[in-house]
Design a protein around this ligand. Sequence first.
Ligand SMILES: *[C@@H]1O[C@H](CO)[C@@H](O)[C@H](O)[C@H]1NC(C)=O
Ligand SMILES: *[C@@H]1O[C@H](CO)[C@@H](O)[C@H](O)[C@H]1NC(C)=O
Ligand SMILES: *[C@@H]1O[C@H](CO)[C@@H](O)[C@H](O)[C@H]1NC(C)=O
Ligand SMILES: *[C@@H]1O[C@H](CO)[C@@H](O)[C@H](O)[C@H]1NC(C)=O
Ligand SMILES: *[C@@H]1O[C@H](CO)[C@@H](O)[C@H](O)[C@H]1NC(C)=O
Ligand SMILES: *[C@@H]1O[C@H](CO)[C@@H](O)[C@H](O)[C@H]1NC(C)=O
Ligand SMILES: *[C@@H]1O[C@H](CO)[C@@H](O)[C@H](O)[C@H]1NC(C)=O
Ligand SMILES: *[C@@H]1O[C@H](CO)[C@@H](O)[C@H](O)[C@H]1NC(C)=O
Ligand SMILES: *[C@@H]1O[C@H](CO)[C@@H](O)[C@H](O)[C@H]1NC(C)=O
Ligand SMILES: *[C@@H]1O[C@H](CO)[C@@H](O)[C@H](O)[C@H]1NC(C)=O
Ligand SMILES: *[C@@H]1O[C@H](CO)[C@@H](O)[C@H](O)[C@H]1NC(C)=O
Ligand SMILES: *[C@@H]1O[C@H](CO)[C@@H](O)[C@H](O)[C@H]1NC(C)=O
Length: 788
Amino acid sequence: MALPFLCSVLIFTFLFCNPPPLSAQPQQNISNFSSSDSPWRPSQGQILLSPNSTFAAGFWPTPTSPNLYIFSIWYLNISVHTDIWSANANSPVSGNGTVSITASGELRLVDSSGKNLWPGNATGNPNSTKLVLRNDGVLVYGDWSSFGSPTDTILPNQQINGTRLVSRNGKYKFKNSMRLVFNDSDSYWSTANAFQKLDEYGNVWQENGEKQISSDLGAAWLRRLTLDNDGNLRVYSFQGGVDGWVVVWLAVPEICTIYGRCGANSICMNDGGNSTRCTCPPGFQQRGDSCDRKIQMTQNTKFLRLDYVNFSGGADQNNLGVQNFTICESKCLANRDCLGFGFKYDGSGYCVLQLKRLLYGYWSPGTETAMYLRVDNSESDQSNFTGMTDLLETTCPVRISLPLPPEESNTTTRNIVIICTLFAAELISGVLFFSAFLKKYIKYRDMARTLGLEFLPAGGPKRFTYAELKAATNDFSDCVGKGGFGDVYKGELPDHRIVAVKCLKNVTGGDPEFWAEVTIIARMHHLNLVRLWGFCAEKGRRILVYEYVPKGSLDKFLFPARGILKSEEDYAEDELLDPSRPPMLDWNIRYRIALGVARAIAYLHEECLEWVLHCDIKPENILLGDDFCPKISDFGLAKLKKKEDMVSMSRIRGTRGYMAPEWVKMDPITPKADVYSFGMVLLEIVSGRRNNEIQDSLTQSEDWYFPRWAFDKVFKEMRVEDILDSQIIHCYDSRLHFDMVDRMVKTAMWCLQDRPEMRPSMGKVAKMLEGTVEMMEPKKPTIFFLAD
Ligand SMILES: *[C@@H]1O[C@H](CO)[C@@H](O)[C@H](O)[C@H]1NC(C)=O
Ligand SMILES: *[C@@H]1O[C@H](CO)[C@@H](O)[C@H](O)[C@H]1NC(C)=O
Ligand SMILES: *[C@@H]1O[C@H](CO)[C@@H](O)[C@H](O)[C@H]1NC(C)=O
Ligand SMILES: *[C@@H]1O[C@H](CO)[C@@H](O)[C@H](O)[C@H]1NC(C)=O
Ligand SMILES: *[C@@H]1O[C@H](CO)[C@@H](O)[C@H](O)[C@H]1NC(C)=O
Ligand SMILES: *[C@@H]1O[C@H](CO)[C@@H](O)[C@H](O)[C@H]1NC(C)=O
Ligand SMILES: *[C@@H]1O[C@H](CO)[C@@H](O)[C@H](O)[C@H]1NC(C)=O
Ligand SMILES: *[C@@H]1O[C@H](CO)[C@@H](O)[C@H](O)[C@H]1NC(C)=O
Ligand SMILES: *[C@@H]1O[C@H](CO)[C@@H](O)[C@H](O)[C@H]1NC(C)=O
Ligand SMILES: *[C@@H]1O[C@H](CO)[C@@H](O)[C@H](O)[C@H]1NC(C)=O
Ligand SMILES: *[C@@H]1O[C@H](CO)[C@@H](O)[C@H](O)[C@H]1NC(C)=O
Ligand SMILES: *[C@@H]1O[C@H](CO)[C@@H](O)[C@H](O)[C@H]1NC(C)=O
């Protein structure tokens, strides 16, 4: 009676706990394996270690069946078992499989049938050649090396070129280090310059010296490049703790464009992040992952328009480049094999017929394509893939910063006006209660989120031609700003939208990479982020087209030129209305700006489909809208730049004071670097002075450090007033403002901690400012070491 019970317990443990191999056996560590060793069997529990014990090789049970083994290499010292190479993933061996070196010096892995499963020809001198695992994770036997026949993973400093990666499930391949393919030949992603290697700083080097840059650029303990089972190629870093492996770069941001996610006739839709679903077009019904036609086509057919749907698996994918829609339609009607066609309304004449089969369908506004699906005349289904604007008009009460011409004013724009007026009224009355204000703010934010996130994330940015932008900006005549990423010009589009056109300088990466990055940037929607409307990539030119934010950047308001500063007595209420000089920002507006910026950065770090580090947060990059609503600009651009450029860029502009200490050390850059910069900005918002501006001539010295000085004033001398902006100190009412200002100062101190891990996450920072989490006393920010 007891035996079956025991067995089922054992089976249970085996099935659900995925035990380390044969944990019951004493584990034996070896540093080499040679012909004199007895054959290596899974049951021995023997592992081959790299000299510094980072990697291990040996038999590992398959996830599905604990009695079958794969000879693999994995990271020894991390809790998530991660295979980086395997000899026989497709043909696991039973408990009596062996690894041995024959008398002739051949390294063999044989299963019970005696077949050799070891990949490639591994031969050596039987008297001297040993199988060893090196520190960089490569298994070597004579001339044979596991780096030469990778499976789905590349390690730092392993050659990528000359190899082929295959996803573990065998569905996807990375061929010629250039193309990701499905079903052996259908390519869904490619780069112009073959990948060569990944380095330990997170650069993926390409043939022509260009490189792809990971988001956490810098030395990291472990990194790998893996072709995952979902067909995406990703770089991972090991961040330890609960984070484990974190994606720091990926090839295909729009996951539905990866082939093979859905079957024939089906349309892939992204639900955000990794999750996708397969839906059927009208006139079709679901069968597994595929869709079947409900009514077979006869002589009489018609077309159904599916907005933003694209199929790309037809027999001939050539763009016919027709004059107009009628011609494209008639070409499809004339062809018996034509099942539909894709057409773009942008005047380019884009027309692609889908012949013989409907494959690799996906929905994405980024395509700007409409699919005309051919169905039988008697088909009664209506297309339910309608345009994004229709969707918005029917389901949303309010429209916020949609890229639409301003003439289209209706009730929705009126609503926006009402909101703004409400805000303005609040500001003018100036006696708002904290919590009421907060509640309203959160309501606005949520509103913006639902709108921005539910309907716009996939909205593709418009591609402009250089000529269009030249016309819009009047030949780039009105320069409104010069930044590290490039000069900014004001312009007006033919539909009368006012835009800020940024011409980027020294951008790395080719066209597809730029497009991919721009798509990601355009997908970020937040009330406090400047909206990207379009871009231009022509003959090496890289231009971004943003919404124009009228009031300009925060620095103009915080640090007005000394000349126009008046004494306190001259400061009058009506100056707020004088457009010629920047008005002083009062405490409530400052607080609101701080909170808005914190939330937007938190959104970039934590809520976006893709992680985005800003890397250049400073008052110049915080723009103010009509109602002083802050909007962050230049987000997402750091990825287009080299890290060295980022550092030197900031040095040249004398803004290194915003850069976290880890920028100048060669430490990895994490979201905590943005937290530091934000802390510095927060301190400046409160004090109205630049962090490198020494006010008190007595303290003038080389190692004066603003945060340390401020900390001493606030927490040692208990003189908060000393650090507050002298220009509006007369407005400071300790009863009304103490709570708010105290929170801003304390939060800033937490953000400015020397060690990244001491700083809170940006989400926490926003909560600290809101006052929804308890805050402990921060530690004193101390050294700011800069090796010049
Ligand atoms: C084998 O190496 C691992 C990791 O270094 C260690 O934990 C274990 O104790 C070693 N086992 C033996 C038998 O030396
Ligand atoms: C090979 O392994 C044996 C036993 O593990 C060890 O004594 C020997 O030093 C190793 N030889 C080399 C070259 O590492
Ligand atoms: C293994 O991990 C532990 C804890 O993370 C660490 O203390 C130890 O140094 C690591 N050992 C090696 C060889 O990496
Ligand atoms: C290997 O094991 C299987 C069952 O586990 C057995 O049928 C087979 O005969 C064994 N082969 C050898 C060569 O021992
Ligand atoms: C291995 O070597 C043998 C003879 O040396 C040769 O016939 C065979 O093609 C080689 N196999 C591979 C995969 O290189
Ligand atoms: C290995 O050593 C044996 C005995 O010392 C010798 O006869 C044989 O030739 C050697 N084989 C090789 C390939 O060197
Ligand atoms: C082991 O060696 C590799 C390669 O030299 C190195 O990158 C890694 O940091 C080393 N790990 C430890 C724990 O020393
Ligand atoms: C890979 O690229 C490197 C650097 O250009 C080159 O030295 C090497 O020969 C290439 N390898 C293959 C197999 O093409
Ligand atoms: C792969 O391609 C072959 C022919 O090229 C086709 O018969 C097969 O159905 C395709 N498989 C999938 C999963 O699309
Ligand atoms: C997406 O899938 C990949 C591979 O399966 C995984 O590594 C990654 O963590 C996933 N990302 C998210 C946000 O779930
Ligand atoms: C359209 O209708 C079909 C069939 O009713 C359904 O499966 C599909 O999910 C719908 N698509 C959308 C985008 O709602
Ligand atoms: C489309 O182009 C053809 C050829 O230029 C022309 O004859 C036809 O009138 C055009 N149709 C429309 C609707 O503009």
